[in-house]
Design a protein around this ligand. Structure first.
Ligand code: ATR
Length: 290
């Protein structure tokens, strides 16, 4: 390698996504598209990091020329112990999916809630104007936390959470109350989910039901107001049985693919200095690789 080539290589910003396993990640498709679209030099690579190697990997980031990256399962919580600055939402949710260097320090934040909200903002502007209305959130797994946090941020007055395992929903709400942000939360019974739709202005499925390989979500929408917005975090298939049923009765629906794309925006901006656009071409590209 010539010296000039070596020097060029050394200054190109490099970002990563780490997980264990990591083969399934769509993030390289998204970030590589944005690098090209914005005419930027840089790279984004998938790296399989075993949990026992996480600390060592993070410790070597600077030496290896990384400007930051994404962090996925099973490292989202553990990463917090190895960074210098943990931002508010990551602290609150005890998980981060994005890290970046700023002022010589490694920062961590979670962008899933941002991705959820921005997806709705893009497809249904002003969707949160009736946020004094009621939201029903189905599922209390890892994916539900940033979404609930986002709805609280947008001022929803009543957020009912139902989960097959009720204790999990109760424990999540307790955590939010301890943080002083759970006053709008109510826990309902899974078997009452259809009745709880009455007066809802927003219905969100954060469970894995409806995903390819999982059972469909069994939910009668009869009680749901026709003005309610319905959204699903599942995007394989793009049109889940929930979204199909909701659309058939005239409700506005927003699919879950946009959440994946929007959650990637803040990271790209931190690493490469340009705010990228979530376009239809990107949606098509990611769908074609699903
Ligand atoms: P993660 O924490 O990564 O989101 P998860 O623990 O598998 O993943 O959570 C998936 C969500 O889908 C949970 O709310 C789960 O309900 P439980 O907490 O009762 O497990 C929900 N879920 C998965 N399969 C389900 C099923 N057959 N019926 C109802 N809910 C289901």
């Amino acid at each position: 390698m010539s010296q000039s080539t070596h020097a060029n290589t050394a200054v190109l910003p490099k970002a990563f996504v780490i997980g264990w396993p990591i083969a399934h990640s769509k993030s390289p498709t998204i970030h590589t598209h944005w690098l090209k679209q914005n005419g930027l030099s840089g790279s984004y690579e998938k790296i399989a990091v075993e949990p026992c190697n996480l600390e060592r990997f993070v410790g070597s980031l600077k030496d290896n020329g990384f400007v930051g990256g994404n962090v996925t399962i099973p490292h989202k919580e553990a990463i917090l112990s190895f960074v210098d600055v943990v931002h508010t939402n990551a602290k609150r949710l005890r998980a981060a999916n994005t890290v970046w260097f700023e002022g010589g320090k490694l920062h961590a934040d979670t962008t899933d809630g941002y991705g959820f909200l921005s997806n709705l903002d893009q497809h249904q502007p002003n969707w949160d104007q009736s946020s004094d209305g009621k939201a029903l959130v189905l599922g209390a797994g890892g994916a539900s936390r940033p979404i609930i946090n986002g709805l609280i941020e947008r001022g929803f007055k009543t957020i009912t959470l139902v989960n097959r395992t009720k204790e999990r929903a109760e424990s999540l709400v307790e955590t939010l109350r301890e943080l002083g942000i759970g006053s709008s939360m109510v826990v309902g019974d899974w078997q009452d989910r259809s009745e709880l739709l009455a007066e809802c202005s927003l219905l969100v499925n954060t469970s894995s039901l409806g995903m390819v390989g999982q059972p469909p979500l069994d939910l009668s929408l009869d009680a749901l107001p026709s003005s309610a917005l319905v959204t699903d975090i599942v995007y394989t298939p793009l049109e889940t049985n929930l979204l199909r049923d909701a659309k058939a009765r005239g409700n506005v629906t927003v699919d879950g693919l946009g959440m994946l794309l929007h959650q990637a925006v803040p990271g790209f901006e931190h690493w490469f200095g340009v705010r990228p656009a979530v376009t239809d071409a990107l949606r098509q590209l990611v769908l074609s690789t699903t």
